[in-house]
Design a protein around this ligand. Structure first.
Ligand SMILES: Nc1nc2c(ncn2[C@@H]2O[C@H](COP(=O)(O)OP(=O)(O)O)[C@@H](O)[C@H]2O)c(=O)[nH]1
Ligand SMILES: *[C@@H]1O[C@H](CO)[C@@H](O)[C@H](O)[C@H]1NC(C)=O
Ligand SMILES: *[C@@H]1O[C@H](CO)[C@@H](O)[C@H](O)[C@H]1NC(C)=O
Ligand SMILES: [Mg+2]
Length: 435
């Protein structure tokens, strides 16, 4: 399988102007072709077979930080592809702390459930984990480097890495034959040939020479990839990665239908028509948004995790009413993880205005899971005339980024709920889009 694959491997990288925007097309077991609609063609020697990079994130991290880690890893993959062809293997979604809906099997969820893969591929070559397994023909990961911080903490920040003993229990166990086993996203048949802990302090691309020179396996996995920090937070590369993370069309369509039916909101009227992300460059203020205030009201674990920084439900309602008045709006869309009693209480503080929440049908929940419903909420909230988020919530941050992409005025995007006792709280950082 391996040699046959190498023999017939055709790699054609068509570099777009500056960035290596490549699309992986893998429709047979033994052929991978990189292709896009550019003009210039660079061929890697036939001997250079594709290598695969797989990663994972600390199990405790939520969906929206994971999206941020993906962006960091894509920066690394872009850099690797300047030397030899590497494909990013997308870690299946599952077992997330917040995804608690009863009766839903929430493991082995492919990225295509949530994101538009062709859009991701206009940034870096990616394949789903199942595609990787099929291509490989054997459920194997060659080398695993478990990222960890240096023992004893640090006093000075400097880029360094070292293969060391593992600081903590990693969950990877070796059998008598020497193979390593782990949960591996629920794929119990998967095993790794080699495992080591790698103490690491550095940007994502700092690991590039290690991957190129110190590893030889076809597929290298980096668990705890949140250890890799952004090379350049908020620069053009950051935003290219972010823009490529277009939500799956089936989720956008559900959100758009809800906007149309309940919120009098359509892209044509709101100035939010979506284009291919590589061609989309809207000025701030070009997007108007639908005639409603969109809010992200983070509750649940944040009531403890961000204690003192969130408003009461009544306090939140008061802040929304002020904006409704200021912008002469009558509708509110609430994205929230609150249980229905809390939502009903929040709603009860409004007399004149209408307050909406997206409640998925059984079919939508079964198909798209808690993650898909969260994205639909983000999508609807992102299209509002005015948005208010929750303090330090990555869920809110991702909505704000979406609004930057759509072309909203900052005034209407970078807002947060203040706690009841401090109505003049600090505004969130403004991470403005750059092209
Ligand atoms: N549907 C829905 N889910 C939410 C909402 N807010 C939070 N959640 C759920 O709770 C998780 C919050 O975790 P995370 O993504 O890490 O964001 P953060 O913890 O707010 O920074 C989300 O991924 C969702 O599963 C919301 O407004 N709507
Ligand atoms: C990578 O290989 C080089 C050369 O053999 C070695 O000096 C270096 O320590 C290795 N890096 C790590 C992190 O093991
Ligand atoms: C790497 O770790 C080993 C033992 O864990 C230690 O002896 C060595 O000094 C370390 N090297 C660097 C460059 O930190
Ligand atoms: Mg979180």
């Amino acid at each position: 399988m391996e040699t046959k694959e190498a023999r017939v491997l055709i790699i054609t990288i068509i570099a777009k102007i500056l960035c290596l925007a490549v699309l992986v097309h893998a429709d047979t077991d033994d052929e991978i072709a990189y292709q896009t609609g550019g003009t210039e063609t660079t061929k890697f020697g036939q001997a250079k077979s594709v290598r695969y990079l797989l990663y994972d994130v600390n199990p405790g991290e939520g969906f929206n930080l994971r999206r941020d880690v993906y962006m960091r890893v894509t920066t690394l993959v872009q850099e690797l592809n300047k030397e030899e062809p590497w494909v990013l293997v997308l870690p299946p979604w599952g077992r997330l702390y917040h995804w608690k809906s009863p009766d839903l099997e929430q493991i082995k969820i492919p990225w295509s459930t949530f994101f538009d893969l062709p859009s991701l591929r206009q940034h870096v070559p990616v394949i789903e984990f199942e595609e990787y397994l099929k291509l490989r023909g054997e459920p194997v990961i060659d080398e695993v480097y478990y990222l960890q911080s240096f023992k004893g903490g640090w006093t000075k920040w400097e880029e360094k890495m070292n293969i060391t003993e593992c600081n903590d229990r990693t969950g990877y166990v070796q059998d008598e034959e020497g193979s390593w086993h782990h949960w591996f996203f629920g794929y119990e048949e998967v095993y790794a040939k080699k495992f080591a802990c790698l103490s690491y302090m550095g940007h994502a691309t700092f690991i590039k020479p290690f991957l190129l020179k110190n590893t030889t396996g076809r597929c290298v996995m980096l668990p705890r990839a949140e250890t890799l920090i952004h090379d350049h937070f908020g620069d053009t590369g950051y935003w290219r990665a972010r823009r490529s993370m277009v939500f799956a069309k089936h989720l956008r369509d559900i959100g758009d239908k809800f906007r149309r039916e309940f919120l009098d909101s359509t892209d044509e009227e709101d100035g939010t028509v979506l284009k291919d992300w590589t061609d989309m460059q809207r000025k701030h203020g070009e997007a108007l948004g639908g005639p409603y205030v969109g809010i992200h009201l983070r509750r649940m674990d944040y009531l403890y995790a961000r204690e003192g920084n969130l408003p009461s439900l009544k306090g939140a309602a008061k802040q929304v009413k002020k904006i409704l008045q200021k912008y002469a709006l009558e509708k509110v869309f609430v994205a929230t993880d609150a249980p229905s009693e809390e939502f009903e209480e929040f709603k009860s503080y409004f007399k004149k205005s209408k307050v909406y929440r997206f409640i998925p049908s059984k079919e939508i929940k079964e198909k798209y899971k808690d993650g898909g419903v969260a994205i639909i909420d983000q999508w609807i909230a992102a299209h509002s005339r005015y948005f208010i988020g929750s303090y330090e919530s990555t869920f809110s941050f991702r909505i704000q980024e979406e609004r930057e992409i759509l072309g909203f005025d900052h005034e209407t995007t970078f807002n947060r709920f203040c706690p009841d006792d401090n109505s003049d709280c600090e505004r969130p950082s403004q991470w403005k889009i750059v092209y």
